[in-house]
Design a protein around this ligand. Structure first.
Ligand SMILES: Nc1nc2c(ncn2[C@@H]2O[C@H](COP(=O)(O)OP(=O)(O)O)[C@@H](O)[C@H]2O)c(=O)[nH]1
Ligand SMILES: [Mg+2]
Length: 419
């Protein structure tokens, strides 16, 4: 047995993944919680909604007034049915009243009484839109709406009532309107006049509502199945999209890395070949001969060679640096930076500023361990570059979204376990 708390938690998990389905989810949760059947009225102010409910209930449960009376969702539980008196519809759209009416009709109600005062004749635009939405929803959800023409006693005679029926039928021919008069019903009951009670239309309407109430369990089962199928389909679709995205991102992460590895190897290899050729062309090693004090301002063979080596080294560095920049490796990761911004380059961090001796150049560029170290160290900084880190974070996020979709699918089973 799944508790209401667990269902609430399950609903929140699904909602986190599918915020657009909040309304369907709330309704599904309500059905799963399995409260008593709910009947609500819906319609404009002063069209006799509260009076109608009172007559159906056989007691003055709701306030009746010529002014805007019902501003919150009033309810009365009678014989295992919850009756909701919703505020009128002609409040400003988006107002608090409106939200209550909306919740009553779309979230809480199993059965809805669409109320329209007979003397008004045709429906206005807002009523027509609501009527259309209700008919659609009845069809989809198996909830039931009764269309009630109230205050029928305010029409002069049956002929006028026929005119109203005709006008309404011209607006929407699918709808069967049930004319009622709460006032007649009240008078008939108080005066013990059964004919008046009968003619009020209230007993017939009540019988239909009772009939529909008996069918609420089946209707809810149908609605729950439809809602959960819809939510499951949306979750599966979302999950599939995340899985596909994850595959794409991982593939591009691997491809980028493979391109980088290959390209860097080529650049380092070429630098090695150039340096090797240059070193091989040199004769006697002058670089290792230290300069004496008297050579301070003289151009010695040693100095010239060291300058030569440094230039070759710089050329290799520039080639590598160009490659790194092309792959988004611009500077050191922030935690590694120093105050001297000029040396915050990955190039300098890996290779150092200068090389003076042949053996150092050879070790770095012409021997396998040196080249492998360079490859490894530059790759390390590559993975720390802004673009690469953003990509791996993206992958982590999408992976999390995928897990959330999986949990939401499990949560859906928890939510509907009792429906
Ligand atoms: N003549 C007549 N007046 C009614 C009837 N039902 C309600 N009224 C009156 O219409 C006004 C509004 O009724 P109410 O039930 O409060 O309407 P609501 O705003 O839609 O809830 C009140 O003055 C009621 O007395 C009816 O069947 N016949
Ligand atoms: Mg009212």
């Amino acid at each position: 047995m799944v508790s209401s708390d667990l269902r609430g938690q399950a609903a929140r998990e699904i909602h986190a993944v599918l915020p657009d389905r909040a309304d369907d989810l709330a309704r599904l949760q309500l059905i799963a919680d399995g409260g008593v059947p709910v009947v609500t009225v819906v319609g404009k102010y002063n069209h006799g909604k509260s009076s109608l409910l009172n007559e159906l209930l056989g007691q003055q449960a709701f306030a009746v007034s010529d002014k805007r009376e019902t501003v919150v969702l009033a309810h009365s539980v009678q014989q295992g049915v919850r009756w909701l008196d919703a505020p009128g519809l002609d409040a400003d759209v988006g107002s608090e009243d409106d939200r209550h009416a909306f919740e009553a009709v779309w979230l809480h109600a199993d059965i809805r009484l669409f109320v329209h005062a007979a003397k008004e004749g045709e429906l206005d635009a807002r009523e027509r839109a609501l009527l259309a939405d209700l008919l659609d929803d009845d069809e989809r959800s198996a909830r039931q709406t009764f269309f009630v023409l109230t205050q029928a006693d305010q029409l002069a005679d049956d002929e006028e009532l026929d005119w109203v029926h005709a006008a309404l039928a011209a607006q929407c021919k699918e709808v069967v309107w049930r004319a009622v008069s709460s006032t007649r019903h009240r008078k008939g009951q108080e005066g013990g006049k059964s004919l008046l009670v009968e003619r009020s239309g209230i007993p017939a309407l009540l019988a239909s509502v009772r009939n529909a109430l008996d069918r609420v369990p089946q209707a809810r089962a149908h609605e729950a199945a439809r809602l959960s199928d819809g939510i499951r389909a949306a979750l599966s679709e979302h999950r599939a999209a995340q899985a596909a995205l994850l595959d794409t991102l991982r593939a591009s992460q691997q491809r980028q890395r493979a391109d980088f590895d290959r390209g860097l190897k080529v650049v380092i290899g070429k630098a090695g070949v150039d340096i090797e050729a240059m070193l091989n062309a040199l004769g006697t090693d002058h670089a290792i001969v230290p300069d004496s004090a008297k050579d301070r301002y003289a151009s010695t063979a040693g100095k010239r060679e060291r300058a030569h080596l440094q230039i070759a080294y710089s050329r290799a560095c520039i080639a590598i640096d160009g490659f790194l920049a092309g792959h988004g490796i611009i500077e050191l990761p922030s935690e590694q930076r120093t105050a001297a911004s000029s040396i915050n380059s990955v190039m300098i961090a890996v290779l150092g500023i200068s090389v003076k001796f042949r053996k150092d150049l050879r070790r770095m560029f012409c021997e396998a361990p040196g080249r492998e170290r360079m490859q490894r160290d530059f790759t390390h900084y590559y993975e720390l570059s802004v673009g690469r880190k953003a990509l791996s974070q993206r992958i982590i996020d999408v992976d999390a979204a995928l897990s959330a979709a999986d949990s939401a699918l499990d949560a859906l089973n928890t939510l509907i376990a009792s429906t």
